[in-house]
Design a protein around this ligand. Structure first.
Ligand code: HSE
Length: 434
């Protein structure tokens, strides 16, 4: 029989344990499809004795993942520890430095060190694979790196965080509070160890940084991403958006513009009839707009043990067959520097919710400030009144036509200075999906 591919796994959490089980239970299928066996020979985990549903008796156990990566007799190192630095980074460096290919699900690691690690892999004649790092089990990395390689991409966008999508879906359908939905998402194992990574938009941003590089052939630059989380989205916004025919999703978008490439993560209103708006619960979806193929969308499980392990396994099988393209789609020395488009230059429609002192002339003054800033209004609706007399306030929802973000910010500043607002205005972007 052909020589087995010997694998070491660092990190036996949900995904690592699923992967170890699959390597045993699917051994026959794997050898049939990859043409050689894939053998798990070494592991590293915090707790050596824990029963994880697979036979670990014959495996070499390493307390230290960096030692496993640097010394074990393996043909592939699988990093499932997580975190952008520390042991994850050191162990991946150790494996690549001695020419051992690496498979990782670690989006934070790639978002922060992807180019350095791709270079290290190339210098040592080895590979770095990361299908599971973006959108869990959805095969978006291979799709972008291989299947779309003849296309020019104008935009890649999607729902890249299952926790946020799960929460927004339940808030929309069941009218539940933010906190209840977050607790359920944590109990179901969707959320990151620190859930602010999810709800603050940072997890989606890490994934977007990787997609941007693949889409535009640029160096990864996660520090330039504009990030807004879902903390500020209220039940009123979800209800008002629904009345206007929109659904609110946490979108991650990378888009080529005249001034550079926009990278942004923020809650966005999208037309409720669009397929992306139907993506519910923990499901992720990624859409790519291209010149030859038009637009495609892939949707599926963005988290979970077996779903994510499915993506890791496909990378390991690529190592076994030896069919591996460059880490970021093109040789690492051909990547272009990332050129950032400023968020203030972003053009799109805007949803604005304001609590306004209910006085004669308030609407007219708001409309005048909008006009001064060349903003065309699609609709202006008063939804609720509260309080009495001098204390009366009205909730006003404005929807703009396509305009520049800077104009909207200037108009809101002027409206606030005029003294008409009874609180901070809410501003959400409307994403055109056509
Ligand atoms: N916490 C992530 C999410 C899953 O909610 O989508 C892994 O990236």
């Amino acid at each position: 029989m052909t020589k087995p591919l010997r694998i070491g796994i660092a990190g036996l959490g949900t995904v690592g344990a699923s992967l170890a089980r699959l390597l045993q239970t699917k051994a026959d299928t794997i050898v049939h499809r990859a043409g050689r066996p894939i053998e798990l020979v070494a592991v590293s985990a915090r707790d050596r004795t824990k029963d994880r549903g697979f036979d670990a008796s014959s495996l070499a156990f390493f307390e230290d993942a960096v030692r496993l990566a640097g010394e074990a007799e393996i043909d592939g190192f699988v990093e499932l520890i997580g975190g952008s630095d520390g042991v994850a980074l050191e162990s991946v460096r150790a494996a690549l430095s001695r020419g051992i290919p690496v498979v990782t699900a670690n989006k934070a690691l790639l978002a922060h060190h992807g180019v350095e690690l791709a270079r290290l892999a190339a210098e040592n004649g080895t590979e770095l694979l990361y299908e599971a790092a973006v959108a869990g089990g959805i095969p978006i990395i291979k799709t972008m790196r291989e299947s779309l390689s003849g296309n020019e991409v104008s935009r890649v966008y999607g729902i890249l965080n299952g926790t946020c999508n799960y929460m927004l879906t339940r808030m929309e359908r069941e009218g539940l509070s933010f906190d209840v939905c977050l607790k359920d998402a944590q109990d179901l194992g969707y959320a990151e160890a620190d859930p602010t990574f999810d709800i603050g938009g940072f997890d989606a941003a890490h994934k977007l940084a990787i997609l941007t590089s693949l889409a535009f052939g640029t160096e990864i630059d996660s520090g330039s991403i504009y990030v807004e989380g879902i903390e500020k989205v209220t039940a009123e916004d979800i209800a008002a958006a629904a009345d206007l025919g929109y659904s609110i999703k946490l979108l991650a978008v990378a888009q080529r513009t005249d001034t550079g490439i926009e990278q942004r993560v923020h809650p966005a209103l999208i037309p409720a009839a669009e397929a992306m708006a139907q993506v519910s619960g923990v499901t992720n979806a990624v859409a790519v707009d291209t010149d030859l193929l038009g637009s495609i969308m892939l949707a599926g499980p963005g988290a979970g043990g077996d779903a994510t392990a499915s993506a890791v396994l496909s990378d390991i099988m690529d190592l076994a067959t030896g069919v591996v393209p460059p880490t970021l789609g093109i040789p690492v020395d051909k990547l272009q520097p990332y050129r950032r488009a400023r968020m203030r230059a972003h053009e799109g429609g805007y949803y604005i919710r304001m609590s306004v002192h209910d006085q004669v002339g308030a609407f007219a003054a708001i409309a005048a400030r909008m006009a001064e800033n060349q903003i065309s209004l699609e609709s202006i609706v008063q939804r609720q009144r509260a309080g009495k007399g001098d204390k009366a306030t009205a909730m006003v929802i404005l929807v703009t036509h396509e305009t520049m973000e800077n104009s909207v910010r200037e108009a809101l500043r002027a409206i606030s200075d005029d003294g008409h607002l009874a609180g901070e205005p809410q501003m959400l972007r409307i994403e055109r999906l056509d």
